[in-house]
Design a protein around this ligand. Structure first.
Ligand code: SAH
Ligand code: DHB
Ligand code: MG
Length: 224
């Protein structure tokens, strides 16, 4: 089993289940043209996020880490006409490209992009009384994940769905000697999530065109 095979099968899955879509294709093309890193979720993962949001009946979504808005568009499309998605992005250039991609997808009225470091914008959302969010997707800087978890739970209700990307990192997550701050960030995040009595969670490993990684999934079980 190799990266080549994972990519071939991911292409097969995308060809079958993820039809080409003008707004998503344009968002990827604009992100490449602007020199953004191609680290967005894969097409099949984007569709999975969309399905999870629909299964959840989400009306109110929070995303941490926008990049060019690819996952944002997948998630926002799961919302009803009066739904809302707030997405947090620290990089002004990423935010500018994302805003254009989101507008081009016809989602400017549904999506609110907040420019700033999530560790600053999350407390602002709480202070404004925003939330509770039905679904929260964590996908920004990995060393920040542990600190985001507490805010995410504060911005949740019983039944909220928490999804975190990149929590396996080529399997390095199970290496206690890893010196990579990204790996250490998701190790700490997974530990905190597993021990958090307010959330029932697991991690699922994935392979595909983005390599070997995984998602954490949790449902908030504590009242609020
Ligand atoms: N969710 C996107 C990919 C996000 S990549 C998708 O799948 O399409 C991670 C993003 O998090 C990058 O755009 C990066 O600029 C942003 N980021 C990094 N540190 C951050 C921080 N402290 N606060 C908010 N966003 C941050
Ligand atoms: C990488 C992948 C991601 O999904 C992400 O959010 C950040 C980085 C990567 O492969 O480096
Ligand atoms: Mg990611």
């Amino acid at each position: 089993m190799s990266q080549d095979q994972w990519t071939i099968v991911d292409d097969y899955i995308a060809d079958l289940f993820v039809p080409h879509d003008p707004a998503l294709d344009a968002a990827l093309a604009a992100s490449v043209a602007a020199g953004l890193p191609a680290i967005q979720v894969s097409p099949a993962q984007g569709k999975m996020l969309n399905l999870l949001a629909r299964i959840q009946g989400a009306r109110n979504i929070l995303e941490i880490g926008t990049l060019g808005g690819y996952s944002t568009i997948w998630l926002a499309r799961a919302l009803p006409a009066d739904g809302r998605l707030i997405t947090l992005e620290a990089d002004a250039k990423h935010a500018e490209i994302a805003r254009a991609n989101i507008a081009n997808a016809g989602l400017a009225d549904i999506v609110e992009l907040r420019l700033g470091r999530a560790i600053d914008t999350l407390p602002q959302l709480a202070a404004e009384g925003r939330g509770p969010f039905d679904l929260i997707f964590i996908d920004a800087d990995k060393p920040g994940y542990p600190a985001y978890l507490d805010w995410v739970v504060k911005l949740s209700r019983r039944g909220s769905l928490i999804i975190a990307d990149n929590v396996v990192r080529k399997g390095e997550v199970s290496n206690p000697a890893s010196a990579d701050p990204n790996v250490q960030g998701v190790q700490r995040f997974n530990q905190l999530l597993a021990a958090d009595l307010r959330v029932s969670s697991t991690v699922i490993q994935t392979v595909g065109c983005k390599g070997y990684d995984g998602f954490a999934l949790g449902v908030v079980i504590a009242g609020q």
